[in-house]
Structures are given as C-alpha cells and as structure tokens.
Design a protein. Structure first.
Length: 167
C-alpha cells in the first residue's frame, strides 16, 4: 500500500514551496549582510560605545563629583555639598538614561549625540582627576624587567593613588 505523502507529485509540491521561501529568506539575509558590510559600522560602533560609557555613570558618579567640586569652588561653600550632590545626581541619572537609550537604539540611524544641551557627549570628571591608561603589563613597556606601576586600589571608587606614574 502506498502512502499519499510519499507520492512524487505531492512531495514536489511540498518541496518547491518550502525551497522558494527559504531561497527568498537566504537572499534577503545575504543582501542585508552585504549592505551592512558595504556601508560600514563606524556610526553604530561609536553610538554603542558612547551608550555603554554613559550607562556606566551609575558606577563612576563622575558628574556628581564634578558638580560638588565646581560648586565648592565657584559658589558658596555652605551650599556646595547639598546643591552639588542634588545637581550631580540629576546629571548622573540623566546620563544613565541617555546611555540606556543609545545602547537600545545603536543600530538605528542617527548616530550623532543627542541631548547635548542637558548632558555633554563625553562623560565628565572633576578637574582634580584626569583619567588615563591603566598602568599594567598591557600598556607599560618595562614590565618584562619586573617593574610595573598602577593604581594601588583600582577597585575602590575615587582611588587616585598610583605607583610609578610620571604624568
């Protein structure tokens, strides 16, 4: 007895509709991949990196430290801590929200920074602290002799004590 599923006429109909759909899908995916390769990925890379950097403000709190420092220097000392902390917290949370938005929308054009009146495109640090490269075997050339420097406690936020840094 012959099963209807194994008849050549029925198999050919099933095979052709599935193959046509698969061929169209593979063609569309290949065309999309080729278009992405030809146009370049510089814009999305920068937007994603900027978004991750802004999202990490919740760990760094650079805007809050800068706000406290700037208010202590340029305004009355009695309000520098209260206003500086509140304004810095507001700036930091705005930067985190902006970073989450940029991470979520990095493949979608426009790749230029947004909200630049409220939040600067580059994360802020206090004037008394300028970040640099971490001193270690990756960036230092004298580690093969056994000498290396670096932060004493890089895992502690605000730790700025470095060994063997000449800048």
């Amino acid at each position: 007895m012959e099963n209807a599923l194994y008849k050549w006429a029925i198999r050919r109909k099933l095979k052709s509709s599935t193959e046509n759909r698969m061929r169209k899908l593979i063609f569309l995916l290949t065309a999309a991949l080729a278009a992405a390769g030809v146009t370049g990925c510089s814009g999305p890379e920068h937007k994603l990196a900027r978004g991750i950097d802004n999202t990490m403000e919740i760990v760094r709190w650079g805007d809050m430290r800068r706000s406290v420092e700037q208010n202590a220097v340029f305004s009355a000392p009695d309000i520098s801590y209260s206003y500086g902390v509140i304004h810095g917290f507001d700036q930091s949370i705005s930067r985190v929200g902006l970073g989450l938005y940029e991470v979520a929308t990095f493949p979608i054009p426009s790749y230029s920074p947004i909200l630049t009146r409220k939040v600067t495109a580059v994360p802020q640090y206090p004037e008394s602290y300028k970040p640099g490269l971490v001193s270690g075997s990756t960036f230092d050339t004298d580690t093969y002799t056994g000498y290396s420097g670096g932060d004493v406690a890089p895992f502690v936020p605000g730790s700025r004590f470095s060994v063997f840094d000449n800048y």
